[in-house]
Design a protein around this ligand. Structure first.
Ligand code: F6P
Length: 329
């Protein structure tokens, strides 16, 4: 059995830990692993990871000292060429020519949509591991990289609180999440923000300003609002204008955390999740699975069809939204 492994879409801390788990568990089971560089684009370009001995077979040793490293040694990309019919056929041809029987795809919704398309042209097995900081995939409680992104964002908000407090300011901290408020909500709770703005709920700017006025009267020195980039306002800069024209009683500053959230050494939770899911993906392939994403629900490892994993919007836990409301008085 020859298994190809690749990372695709936005990188996420823990992708390397997942690659390590795939390589070591596959080799342990007597399979061969080929690392495909730069996601689907690298597959089209036939760009394979070269081991120390110059072969494209990944050995257990080549993933030593990797679990703690952010980013991905396989690199990642978003490929428009792959999404064409010609690209898909070409990718299938590359896989066949290189004798690859199965793929472990580490990525997010775009990666799994690509896998569904590829399966129309290639009859090898494909199993996915959810690698994205967004935590927006159905079929797993958490995605690989989410916990680290929240840790990074929370640390940043803690620092911003110090300066906001000294200058009596309101800071709008924009975090990632084009369609999902998971990073924003978890960060807001962990950093004791006064409010959160997420794509899943509508903003009531007048109500927010009213609340900030009450905080001001009670001599609250600083206010932090965590804003998901996909919020209906269009992000922190727009929300700032809306709050200012509605009479916000605090001087406002905006901070966009951006790619800082995608970097850095994965936290323990991501290393464990990545290790479990990488090994489970390989085990599932050896058991004959295909077209599914490996996920963790509770402590159970489960498989979810790709179509299901990407189809629905993973809802934000209502109780956490309410908890933030109750605690940010
Ligand atoms: O990895 C997911 C994500 O971080 C989104 O939250 C974000 O909008 C997007 O990637 C941006 O990625 P890029 O600029 O690399 O395409």
């Amino acid at each position: 059995m020859r298994i190809g492994v690749f990372c695709s879409g936005g990188d996420a801390p823990g992708m390397n830990a997942c690659v390590r788990a795939v390589v070591r568990s596959a080799c342990g089971a007597g399979a061969e692993v080929v690392g495909i560089c730069r996601g689907y684009q690298g597959l089209l370009d036939e760009e394979f990871f070269l081991d120390e001995d110059g072969t494209s077979r990944m050995s257990p040793r080549c993933v030593a000292n990797l679990i703690q490293r952010g980013g991905t040694i396989l690199q990642s990309s978003r490929s428009s060429q792959f999404r064409t019919d010609e690209g898909l056929r070409q990718a299938a041809d590359v896989l066949t020519r290189h004798g690859i029987d199965a793929l472990v795809a580490i990525g997010g919704d775009g990666t799994f949509r690509g896998a569904v398309e590829l399966a129309r042209h290639w009859n090898g097995q494909i199993v996915g591991c959810p690698g994205t900081i967004d935590n927006d995939l159905v079929g797993t409680d958490f995605t690989i990289g989410f916990a680290t992104a929240v840790e990074t964002a929370t640390g940043a908000v803690d620092k911003l609180r110090d300066t906001a407090e000294s200058h009596e300011r309101l800071v709008l901290v924009e975090v990632m999440g084009r369609h999902s408020g998971y990073i924003a909500l978890y960060t807001a709770l962990a950093a004791a923000a006064e409010a959160v703005c997420v794509p899943e709920t509508a903003n009531d700017v007048a109500k927010m300003v009213d609340y900030f006025q009450r905080l001001r009267l009670r001599r609250r020195h600083s206010v932090i609002v965590v804003v998901a980039e996909g919020d209906e306002s269009g992000g922190a800069a727009n929300l700032r204008r809306e709050l200012e024209s509605a009479g916000c009683p605090y001087e406002i500053r905006t901070v966009i955390l951006g790619y800082v959230q995608r970097g850095g050494s994965p936290v323990t939770a991501d290393r464990l999740l990545a290790s479990r899911l990488g090994e489970f993906a390989v085990r599932s392939i050896l058991d004959g699975a295909t077209g599914v994403m490996a996920g963790q629900q509770g402590w159970n490892l489960v498989l979810t069809p790709f179509e299901e994993a990407v189809a629905g919007h993973k809802p934000l836990p209502q109780e956490l939204l309410e908890l933030l409301d109750r605690l940010s008085v």
